[in-house]
Every structure is written in structure tokens, then in C-alpha cells.
Design a protein. Structure first.
Length: 322
């Protein structure tokens, strides 16, 4: 059957028509992006998508949202839209629907996408295991964390708030960044170091250590300078970011007993050329007595261009195959 897949973030809402059958995604059509600021609600963006396609939309919806799900009202993070699940049939004309957290959708995508949609980062070069746990983390505006448990020929998505565990510094620089962040936050979580906005604190801490004047730049500017290679301090901040992400990914594998780890998120994809040369692997495996065990865990990067849309459709397919 056909279903409208929707991936709603703070700035954009993405739509596509997916075809699902037997609990899996058969195909995902071209993606259309709407700016959330240009629409009063999901309903008006949905209607605009239908007008752009020039056809009636399927009466089924698979919706991924950057927000916790559950309850009578879903208020999106960094987005004024409010979604009332009970009103979806009336307002969207969708008789059947599924709503999942955006990183839960990523987990569904990881469970269903083929090998060619993953790039090897470190560890053994093999396909993702289809038994046990695959851990998933993704740096973006926040630090998303989820897992997929394969058992008995089926899979189950583990939605978590794992990005909010305590940050554990591993060297003198990370001691310094923790000290700097504690001036603002009583409790410093991993997300404060391993999400996109964290590059600001990393950049400013490096400047302070080197005795340079601190330039108060926003995260977008620093990331641009780092990827362009136009500022040596920004490049160093990128390297430190990747080191911290490697350490966190290793911690996550230990916590979830993972057979594999997948890095996701838009920022993760932008970093794909930097994992090998920024010490990610060394930090991932640096777990003391468990170093040999960690070296046997493959780490991959999801490279599908729209894993949120694909995963939303996959979640719908799983729910309605029951």
C-alpha cells in the first residue's frame, strides 16, 4: 500500500510517498521539503505537498517528529507546530497512521536498509548483525541515541534519551572543556560535547588553552570554517569533536551490549571523510580491559539521503504488518 512519509524537524518538514508491503519498505519516492516557518501547521504543509504532487494523497501517514511522542498533544522542539494524534484522520484524511520519534525512525531505517546504504568506519568489515543489538547515535542539533534488537527473526526499536548521560572527560583538554561548561551547566551531558552546537565550546576552549583571543562565533560559522579548512583552530575543534564522538559511541556499545554501532544524523554524514583521520577508532576502542572486545565491533555510517523518511515508512510497515 502507499503511505505518506513525513519527517518533521525544527526547520524543515520532509514529505515523500512510500510503498510498503509485508512489514517492509518497497520504495520511497522523491522527497519534497517544506519550511516549517512558512506553514501554520502540519495540515497546511500536508495540503501543500498534495498540491505540488497534483494528486490525492494516500489515506495513510507515517510521521517522524523531533520530539517525544505519546499523550494527547505532541509539541515539537524548535517548531511551533502542535500535533494532536486523535485529529489526524480528520485533518489529514489519513485513516491509518503511525507517529514515531525521529531517532526511532532512524532505528527502523537501520533495521531495514540494505548494506549499500552504510559506509564502514572501523572494526571488522562485515554486514550488520541480524541478531542481538545494533546501537545507533547521531550528532545534530542534539545527540540522538537509539538501538535495534534483533531476535527471533524480527526486530524491535529501542528508543532512548542516551545523549543525556554524563560526559566523561578522558584527557586534560576534555577536563578543560568540562570546567568551562560547568560555568553554564551544573550537569554536563554527552550532548554538550557531541552535538553540533558543542563545536562552539570546543573552539573557545582551544583558543583559551592557546592563549588566543576568543572569537565568539556561532556553531554554523565554525563548522563551515572547519569543513573548508580555512581556520586552523576550527579544524582542531573538528578533530576534538570526532574524538569525543568516538568515545561516546564506544560507551554506548558497552551500555547496550552491541554487536555493531551505526553513526547517523546530518552532521554524521558531513563528517564521513573525517572519521579515519581524526582518531575516532582509537577512542572507540580505548576501553581499558575491553579494548580487544571493542576492536571486534564494526562501526558504520548510514549514508541513505533520507533515513528519517525511510524509517517513518518502515515503522508504519512494521505496525500494520502485525
Amino acid at each position: 500500500m502507499e503511505v505518506v512519509a513525513v519527517d518533521i524537524g525544527g526547520t524543515h518538514a520532509r514529505f515523500a510517498i512510500a510503498e510498503v508491503a509485508d512489514g517492509k519498505v518497497v520504495s520511497l519516492g522523491p522527497e519534497t521539503t517544506q519550511k516549517t516557518a512558512e506553514h501554520a501547521s502540519l495540515q497546511t504543509a500536508w495540503q501543500d505537498f498534495g498540491r505540488q504532487l497534483g494528486r490525492d494523497l494516500p489515506k495513510a501517514a507515517a510521521i517522524a517528529v523531533a520530539s517525544p511522542v505519546g499523550g494527547d498533544v505532541i509539541k515539537l522542539t524548535n517548531n511551533p507546530w502542535i500535533i494532536r494524534p486523535a485529529l489526524i484522520p480528520e485533518r489529514l484524511g489519513a485513516d491509518t497512521y503511525v507517529i514515531v520519534n525521529d531517532f526511532g525512525a532512524i532505528a527502523h531505517a537501520v533495521a531495514q536498509l540494505p548494506d549499500e546504504d552504510f559506509q564502514h568506519i572501523c572494526g571488522p568489515k562485515r554486514s550488520l548483525a541480524r541478531n542481538g543489538v545494533t546501537s545507533i547515535c547521531g550528532p545534530g542539533t542534539g545527540l540522538g541515541v537509539a538501538g535495534v534488537l534483533h531476535a527471533g527473526g524480527a526486530y524491535h526499536v529501542l528508543s532512548t534519551e542516551g545523549g543525556h548521560v554524563d560526559f566523561a572527560p578522558l584527557d586534560a583538554f576534555e577536563d578543560a572543556i568540562l570546567k568551562r561548561l560547568r560555568k553554564t551547566f551544573t550537569r554536563v551531558s554527552a550532548e554538550r560535547i557531541c552535538a553540533g552546537p558543542a563545536i562552539v565550546a570546543i573552539y573557545e576552549t582551544l583558543a583559551e588553552i592557546e592563549g588566543k583571543a576568543i572569537r565568539h562565533l556561532d556553531d554554523k560559522t565554525i563548522w563551515t570554517m572547519a569543513f573548508e579548512g580555512s581556520d586552523s583552530l576550527a579544524i582542531a575543534a573538528l578533530d576534538r569533536f570526532v574524538l569525543a564522538l568516538g568515545a561516546f559511541a564506544g560507551d554506548l556499545a558497552l551500555m547496550q551490549g552491541a554487536k555493531d554501532v551505526v553513526i547517523a544524523g546530518g552532521l554524521g554524514l558531513k563528517l564521513k571523510q573525517h572519521f579515519a583521520r581524526s582518531g575516532f577508532s582509537e577512542r572507540f576502542t580505548a576501553k581499558g580491559r575491553f579494548q580487544q572486545m571493542m576492536a571486534a565491533i564494526p562501526v558504520k555510517l548510514i549514508t541513505h539521503p533520507q533515513p528519517g523518511l525511510y524509517g517513518a515508512a518502515a515503522a508504519f510497515a512494521q505496525e500494520h504488518a502485525k
